[in-house]
Design a protein. Structure first.
Length: 132
């Protein structure tokens, strides 16, 4: 006789990524940094246990993007204060610095993307290592 209330099947662990998939998701984690830190965070959370290379590279990309976000917030706060003191003149410099932070993020994300897609680990020249 069959059981009227069958037990649900136990969840199966996710399959490990192949080397090509591992390189692909690791490179996407770096390339997603062009948008913000969210693509790197999502890729790291989903694939950290499925691919060693993706785990390392997504953490590296996430740490770099968090560093850039902290720099943008600090610049905004500093710019707000200095713009008041300088009667708005610092706002021009703030805009240029904000663009420079964004451009550095895009350039380094593309460099890291090209390295990671070839299977080479990339370490950003400056990043707070907050996610370990």
């Amino acid at each position: 006789m069959t059981d009227a209330n069958p037990q649900p099947a136990a969840p199966q662990p996710a399959a490990q990524l192949t080397t090509a998939e591992d390189n692909q998701w690791a490179s996407f984690a770096h390339l997603g940094g062009i948008l913000s830190f969210l693509p790197s965070l999502i890729i790291w959370l989903i694939f950290k246990d499925r691919g060693t290379f993706t785990n390392v590279e997504a953490k590296e990309a996430l740490n770099f993007q968090i560093t850039l976000a902290i720099a943008q917030v600090a610049l905004f706060i500093l710019g707000l204060i200095l713009s008041i003191v300088t009667f708005g003149l610092f706002a021009i410099i703030q805009g240029l610095l904000s663009f420079a932070i964004w451009a550095v993020g895009v350039i380094y994300s593309i460099i890291a993307f090209t390295k990671a897609k070839d299977g080479t680990s990339y370490r950003y020249p400056f990043a707070l290592r907050l996610v370990k």
